[in-house]
Design a protein around this ligand. Structure first.
Ligand code: PMP
Length: 402
């Protein structure tokens, strides 16, 4: 047999490794701001009542545990794409969207990564915003793509570097793929405005040689309004620009561990969509055969029942509103702690995260001296804050940035 004497110890995951360190910390003041998972005002995980209700309905049906098809639960997939593209979407009516259920957002990224590696070719470039969610580069590298970046975050303004972004995308060679965050950009919390999206769309429409991929992990979570949060995706599709779209239902439905997601490829014709779908199935079959049923049934139940969907909308808005309230609280507490710095980006950014601007040595102090866990890039999960810990976190941020 083989022995693994030569296998080196790998480094812990940049984000999930922090969870382990947090669990091992015995200081009562400890705060975990590393992972993007919603917490209620008491710091506890929250299962949305609309999701509980849907789950009870699913359970009451006593359904069998047969395999789903390779493409997953099509009732869910159809609800999911209407949720993203709009019930009146012309692309859906024309049947030119190839859609499959996936293992949440991560799995969706991986499937499109493998699709690009097959049909753009191994080593094709995948352009990610700088910075992007830490796992993006790993996913697309493992798919066989070459990671490139385009300018996105402007350090000077803590805002969007639109000119840099447009210049870099204009310079990307044909045959490349480009990843765009649909809303609530992770980790910066900085999104283009609708006007800026129109400018970006116009520039990319003029580059049909680029394959565009929207990663939508926070629809509803950014503004509290799922329709507003789908502006960019719907605008590109309405402009006739072919895109691929990953959907995750981890955050907006609080279904993290159920791994509910989908991948949609908006094509030019129904016939093209059929060919693309056939290839997605060929990619999925040897990868994991077919996706899990339970979470998809829950989301499908919520989105196909108008009363439950209305309830979900108000619960999703509650989560978004609590996060927005915590931004205001963190901002005012940092000033109250005596900081003279400009912290206006705390309240101007949106979504789950705040990109604080803390430098790596300041982040290390936050963790070592104050037992506050955040990623090295200075990103904090706003959902980890509540009325009991926000003043403590704010004072630590002030101490570490004096
Ligand atoms: N894309 C982005 C931008 C994310 O922030 C996340 C979650 N952190 C994901 C995809 C995937 O998450 P999941 O696989 O849990 O849906």
């Amino acid at each position: 047999g083989s022995s693994w004497a030569a296998v080196p110890m790998g480094p812990p995951d940049a984000i999930l490794g922090l969870v382990e360190a947090f669990k091992a910390d015995t200081d009562p003041r400890k705060v975990n701001l590393s992972v993007g998972a919603y917490r209620d005002g008491e710091g506890k995980p929250w299962v949305l009542p609309s999701v509980r209700k849907a789950e009870e309905r699913v359970m009451a049906k006593m359904m069998d545990k047969e395999y789903l098809p390779i493409v997953g639960d099509m009732a869910f997939v159809d609800c999911a794409r209407k949720f993203a593209l709009g019930k009146e979407s012309k692309a859906l009516a024309e049947k030119r969207v190839a859609s499959v259920q996936t293992l949440s957002g991560t799995g969706s990224c991986r499937v499109i990564g493998d699709f690009y590696a097959r049909f753009l070719g191994k080593g094709a470039a995948m352009y990610l915003p700088a910075p992007s969610w830490g796992n993006h580069a790993n996913i697309f590298k493992d798919s066989g793509l070459e990671i490139k970046t385009y300018r996105y975050w402007n350090k000077q303004t803590n805002g969007l570097d639109l000119d840099g972004m447009l210049a870099d995308l204009q310079a990307a060679p044909d045959g490349s793929a480009v990843l765009l965050h649909a809303c609530a950009h992770n980790p910066t919390g900085v999104d283009p405005t609708p006007e800026q999206w129109k400018t970006i769309c116009k520039a990319l429409k003029a580059r049909p040689g680029l394959s565009l991929f929207f990663d939508s992990a926070y629809q509803g979570f950014a503004s509290g309004d799922a329709e507003a949060d789908s502006f960019a995706v719907r605008y590109f599709v309405s402009e006739g620009v072919p895109i691929a779209l990953a959907q995750s239902f981890a955050k907006n439905f609080g279904l993290y561990g159920e791994r509910v997601g989908s991948l949609n490829v908006v094509c030019e014709t129904a016939e093209e969509a059929e060919r693309v779908l056939s290839q997605l199935k060929i990619i999925i079959r040897p990868m994991y055969s077919n996706p899990p049923a339970h979470g998809a049934r829950i989301v499908g139940t919520v989105l196909s029942d108008p009363a439950l969907e209305t309830q979900w909308r108000s619960e999703c808005k509650m989560m978004a509103d609590r996060i927005i309230a915590m931004r205001t609280a963190l901002h005012s507490e940092v000033l109250k702690a005596g900081s003279k710095k400009d912290w206006s980006h705390i309240t101007s950014q949106i979504g789950m995260f705040c990109f604080t601007g803390l430098k790596p040595d300041q982040v290390a102090r936050m963790t070592n001296e104050f037992h506050i866990y955040l990623t090295k890039d200075g990103r904090i999960s706003m959902a980890g804050l509540n009325s009991k810990n926000v003043a403590y976190v704010a004072s630590a941020m002030h101490e570490c940035t004096k």
